[in-house]
Design a protein around this ligand. Structure first.
Ligand code: ATP
Ligand code: MG
Length: 214
């Protein structure tokens, strides 16, 4: 008996309003067209338990939350997500497209909140050291553009309520990671017209699929 090939793990990153949700939908259609079975999921969240943790993280219910508590809740949600959704899907041969993953933790809790990379790296190794995304899209645009898109949507969540300086730090950390991991992380200029953003993503995804099927 031959083992069926494992699925691929694709993550989509970027600050608020860069177009992650919008472009993930197009990525799903693209993979459907190629007859690649895929699931779309998100972090924090992706499981019933994780979605409850997401509410704690994004809501305003408990007032001030310590940065360490925030970091640990992110990884608590991630541990459940990996065990219950991501790992089983990949083992079955499905591709997983995840809206944010550990790069976001480095960007938000590291760059944004100021937690040292070495602390995040410890949790990363513990929770999923042997499982990293195969491909990551970093949708990047200036903070003002992203925030303007998000503010059209209504009440701000706990992260969206942060000042622009917070998102500048988050954005810079994302870009720093992209520079240090160029083979995994593709930066897409998300300030372009949506049709061009989609075309850039499609081109990279096409290359990735072709390479996978070699
Ligand atoms: N390139 C673009 N040009 C103009 N508008 C865009 C572009 N990409 C996305 N939008 C619009 O910006 C808004 C935010 O997009 P979307 O919800 O996909 O962002 P997001 O990254 O998922 O945000 P969040 O981090 O809050 O989940 C939507 O109204 C979407 O239609
Ligand atoms: Mg979204």
């Amino acid at each position: 008996m031959t083992n069926s090939p494992k699925g691929k793990f694709i993550t989509v990153e970027g600050i608020e309003g860069v177009g992650k949700s919008t472009n993930i939908e197009s990525m799903r259609y693209f993979l459907d067209d190629k007859n690649i079975e895929c699931i779309v999921t998100r972090e924090p969240g992706g499981t019933d338990l994780g979605e409850d943790i997401r509410e704690l993280l994004l809501g305003h219910k408990h007032g001030a939350m310590s940065s360490d508590c925030e970091l640990l809740l992110m990884f608590a949600s991630r541990a459940q997500h990996l065990a219950q959704v991501i790992a089983p899907a990949i083992e079955k041969g499905q591709w997983v497209i995840c809206d944010r993953f550990t790069d976001a933790t480095y960007a938000y809790q590291g760059g944004g909140r100021g937690i040292a990379d070495k602390h995040i790296a410890l949790l990363e190794k513990w929770v999923h050291g042997d499982r990293q995304p195969d491909l990551t899209f970093l949708l990047d645009t200036d903070v003002a553009t992203g925030m303007a898109r998000v503010h059209k949507r209504g009440a701000a969540d706990r992260f969206e309520s942060e000042a622009a300086a917070f998102f500048e730090r988050v954005r810079n950390k994302y870009l720093e990671r992209a520079t240090s991991k160029p083979s995994r992380i593709t930066v897409v200029d998300a300030g372009q017209a949506l049709s061009q953003v989609k075309a850039d993503i499609r081109q990279r995804l096409n290359e990735f699929v072709a390479h996978t099927q070699l």
